[in-house]
Design a protein around this ligand. Sequence first.
Ligand code: SAH
Length: 339
Amino acid sequence: MSTARQTAFTALSYAELSQRLGSATRAKAALKWLYKDGLPASLPERVPGVAHREWARLRVNHPLPAWKQLAKLESEDGTTKIALELDGAKVETVLIPGPQRSTVCLSSQAGCTRSCAFCATAKLGFLRNLTAGEIIAQYVLAQRLAPAGRPARNVVFMGMGEPMDNLENVLSAVELLTQAPYPALSPAHVTVSTAGVVPQMRRFLKASKASLALSLNATTDETREKIMPHNALWPIAKLMETLRTHATDRETFIEYVLFAGLNDTPEDAARLPRLLEGVPARVNVIPFNGNEGSGFVAPNNDQVVSFQRAVARGGIRTLVRWPRGREIAAACGQLANKV
Ligand code: SAH
């Protein structure tokens, strides 16, 4: 009964749907249905605007990915986390309401192929890559939770997993998210976040117009290697060279998880803008979200603000990403299938 062989319905592009349904109008109706009314457990017998015969055939050949919602947790600030089981793989997806638009935070792997010392997902180990159809299924489910008037028009690949280690599926999902007529997100509003896997970063930057976020998290190789072991393979200079060579056509987000007493010195704040010279970038300072037994120390708000100001004085746009949904373990680095 493996659905892996068949392309899932959620992974079909507009062009593929048009071809299989015999008309672009039907394909548009099918996509409209998916993003408006999806996701049932399996495809219905009829979809408005799609001829019955073609739909019946498509339905058999391209089922929905197997999915089950295990839990839904809503935090006081409106951030909502859904725990899903996708064909046996447990993942979490987060909807973060914003003032005008909401953001969906997607998982790209069940568990993670990287072992960042501070991240709760890393503790799970790696189960498997998610398919493009499973990534889209998360978006379909999460976007329906957006509050009225604040549609989910931003997507970040900052949930579980290292997107660059599942690049084919992530690139397909980005294509699907940005395709007209639905859901037609702007590539600038789809951000793929990486722990810094250089060869795949290059491929991503060549293949996609979507935004890139790099989780830098340190300004020296010595510190970075302690918390992100793969830095031994792709050190900071290599990361910067990659951005300088391949990412000058867009603004890259530099994620900097701030730990008290580890990467928060005035020297770090001074080095960061210098490292980023020649890279169109903005920095997001993310206060460390504690997870059990990590041994890292969260900075207090004053430390966060003074670090942010010091980096900004170096001439680079720098914002603090204050945590959302911490009490439901939905904030950065807290996704660990605990529900
Ligand atoms: N593997 C990708 C995407 C998932 S992590 C990456 O590394 O970018 C998304 C963001 O959460 C990254 O910037 C990561 O550095 C940050 N993060 C991980 N654990 C965290 C924690 N405990 N507190 C705050 N941010 C964390």
